[in-house]
Ligand binder design. Structure first.
Ligand code: NAI
Ligand code: MG
Length: 357
């Protein structure tokens, strides 16, 4: 039980709408848990800030945020600003500067939620994706030569370091052993086509796997994984993948477990030298922005992951339980889950369930 300094960045689109509900939950916990305090510093950065200043965050933005223990983040993205500017201007610099190399993305089919896949029952899909989060295909390494000419040449380089690759793979195995469910780690690869980066990835996977003889391992090509996540998602336990592959399979995992609006994500700096960041998997969702119908449960589940990281295990467990009950009871659901409730009503319902205990 303690006082925690949190950076809050709502960002763009539905980001601020869902973050408000995350704060609602934190406010309730602080008001009802003796000794627990959250000090928020809000950073109004993102696309609106970009329109005013030409930057997604101030030049010293990373220094301003780094004094906090954790970051609660909404989303970035704007219909009128290229995605590489919004993403590379705010979210990716934080993941890199704060060395958040381990991204954890659970996907669980909850009671009360219908999977778009036929014949899947609650608890049947229960997997956790470990995403390498600081390098790989997202490294800002490349260049553009002779732009606009017939021999225009573009290079985009993947970066795989032994430190980054081993760190994410080891984190997946450690988690698998602690979780003690199926005791299986799936490595997602493409070493048939990417004969440098992914061959290296496979080698590191084998070396780390040797330290965990009690864990079953498999190495699957990413296209095969895309297929299996749809036909046999129950076969997966812990999955580990590069930055881009994990990004793609996270959306598949989110949608087969009911909705993008349910999937949380933790960007962890394992050494705790810098703040870790907690966010929904989804983006700015232009199609529903401003309508007040975004599902805030992904963000509220990310808040639960944040509380766990902050050492507030009891509060974390309570928030998870309230989310599960709200899904199970199906009384207050946003349209993505077949209901008619607003974002704010779902937040209120989670708070009510917390209060009921
Ligand atoms: P998206 O995740 O924003 O939306 C995909 C689909 O899921 C849409 O139909 C949307 O309405 C639905 N959806 C997402 N979150 C929802 C929620 N909480 N409740 C109900 N439905 C939800 O992905 P999209 O459309 O590819 O990207 C839109 C923008 O967001 C782009 O600019 C993209 O770059 C950005 N983006 C940002 C991310 C981030 O900040 N972490 C992650 C993904 C995309
Ligand atoms: Mg994504």
């Amino acid at each position: 039980m303690a006082e925690h300094n949190l950076a809050i960045i709502g960002g763009d689109g539905i980001g601020p709408e869902v973050i408000d509900e995350g704060k609602k939950v934190l406010d309730y916990l602080a008001a009802n848990t003796p000794g627990l305090t959250f000090n928020y510093t809000e950073f109004p950065w993102g696309s609106a800030y970009y329109r005013e200043t030409g930057r997604m965050m101030p030049e010293d933005g990373l220094d301003q945020v780094s004094a906090n223990e954790a970051i609660l983040f909404g989303a970035v993205g704007d219909p009128d600003i290229p995605d590489h500017i919004t993403l590379q201007g705010l979210l990716l610099p934080m993941r890199r500067a704060y060395d958040q190399g381990v991204c954890v993305r659970p996907a669980y089919l909850h009671p009360g939620v219908t999977s778009p896949l036929a014949g899947k029952s609650a608890g049947g899909i229960d997997l956790v994706i470990f995403r390498e989060n600081t390098e790989g295909e997202y490294a800002p390494v490349g260049g553009r030569l002779y732009p606009g000419t017939p021999h225009e040449t573009v290079m985009q380089t993947n970066v795989f370091t032994r430190r980054g690759t081993e760190r994410i793979i080891r984190a997946a195995f450690e988690y698998c052993v602690r979780r003690n469910r199926r005791m299986k780690v799936t490595s997602v690869t493409k070493s048939n086509a990417q004969a440098f980066g992914m061959v290296f990835w496979d080698e590191v996977f084998q070396v780390v796997a040797a330290d965990y003889p009690q864990v079953e391992t498999e190495s699957l090509l990413v296209d095969r994984v895309a297929m299996d996540l749809v036909r046999w998602p129950e076969d997966f336990d812990v999955m580990v993948a590069s930055n881009l592959f994990a990004d793609i399979i996270s959306d598949i995992a989110a949608v087969v477990t009911g909705s993008m609006g349910l999937a949380p994500s933790a960007n962890i700096n394992p050494e705790r030298e810098y703040p870790s960041m907690f966010e929904p998997v989804h983006g700015a969702a232009f199609d529903i922005t401003g309508k007040g119908i975004a599902n805030p449960l992904a963000t509220i589940s990310a808040v639960a992951m944040m509380l766990d990281h902050l050492g507030e295990a009891e509060s974390s467990r309570k928030v998870d339980a309230a989310v599960v009950r709200s899904l199970q009871e199906r009384k207050v659901m946003t349209p993505d889950l077949g209901g008619t409730a607003t974002t704010s009503q779902v937040g209120d319902e989670v708070v009510r369930l917390l209060w009921e205990g």
